[in-house]
Ligand binder design. Structure first.
Ligand code: AP5
Length: 233
């Protein structure tokens, strides 16, 4: 079980390339909850050649969102699995206000709420550089960067020795579309969660390690706040 007072139902927000996937594993293992990435689930379905994968790919390659109905059904199925009963770190979901309301409603049925939303903030010019230099491991799915987070041997994953490739939706047109969609559909979620009092904004410019330290500081502050609230005065 995660340490007392630690949030266990957490959402990671941020534009494409903000570093959500890069930070997610460390956060999930600290909180002892599964990392659930809708993008990863779709990419796995594409690799498997399933019907879901076929539909998802058509939208993803052009930088569009996969339709809400498909995404929501898939997320609610995943949240119903045993390992998610103790909590989760959601990465890439929700992505618009309808999805956020759906998540609230799904959690409400089991008496739960989103406890913390970490918003990684990165200016647009950094995002384009991050995405154009990103390389993915075809085997373990880890993301690297040719300049900012390079592997020891070019083209080979440090973690599992798998080969690296560029993501299909990291080409220029698709990136532009994803950023526009983010501004229009996803950025308003910060206000949605701010109103609920669960939003923490993290400056995600700096090295991967520096950003990890800032994220950790937010988690520690959140846990300390929860413990203080739980302690009768
Ligand atoms: P998804 O996979 O969720 O993509 P995304 O949100 O666009 O985010 P990315 O994976 O591109 O970026 P990231 O923030 O994880 O950055 P990373 O850590 O890799 O979704 C893909 C598609 O699936 C969507 O476009 C949509 O079509 C569909 N989809 C998914 N969810 C959906 C939903 N809920 N509804 C509908 N459709 C949905 O980092 C980026 C790069 O920067 C890497 O190279 C990394 O090494 C580097 N980097 C990381 N941190 C730093 C740092 N601090 N300094 C320098 N470089 C860094």
């Amino acid at each position: 079980k995660a340490a007392q007072g630690q949030p266990t139902r957490v959402v990671l927000l941020g534009p494409p390339g903000a570093g959500k996937g890069t930070q997610a594993n460390a956060i999930a293992s600290r909180l002892e909850v599964p990392h659930i990435s809708t993008g990863d689930i779709f990419r796995r379905a594409i690799e498997e050649g399933s019907d879901l994968g076929l539909v998802a790919r058509a939208h993803m390659v052009s930088g569009e969102l996969v339709p809400d109905g498909i995404t929501m059904t898939m997320v609610s199925r995943r949240l119903g699995e045993e390992d998610a009963s103790k909590g989760f770190l959601l990465d890439g979901f929700p992505r618009n206000v309808d999805q956020a309301r759906y998540l609230d409603e799904t959690l409400r049925r089991s008496g739960d709420v989103v406890e913390l939303v970490l918003e990684l903030h990165v200016p647009a010019e950094d995002i384009v550089r991050r995405l154009s230099g990103r390389r993915m491991c075809g085997q373990c799915g880890r993301s690297w960067h040719v300049e900012f987070n390079p592997t020891r041997v070019e083209g080979i994953c440090d973690t599992c020795a798998g080969s690296l490739h560029q993501r299909e939706d990291d080409h220029q047109d698709s990136v532009r579309r994803r950023l526009e969609l983010h501004e229009r559909e996803t950025a308003p979620l910060a206000g949605y969660y701010q109103d609920k009092g669960v939003l923490s904004r993290v400056d995600a410019v700096g090295t991967v390690e520096v950003v990890s330290e800032r994220v950790l500081a937010v988690l520690i502050a959140h846990s300390a706040g929860s413990r203080a609230e739980a302690t009768p005065s």
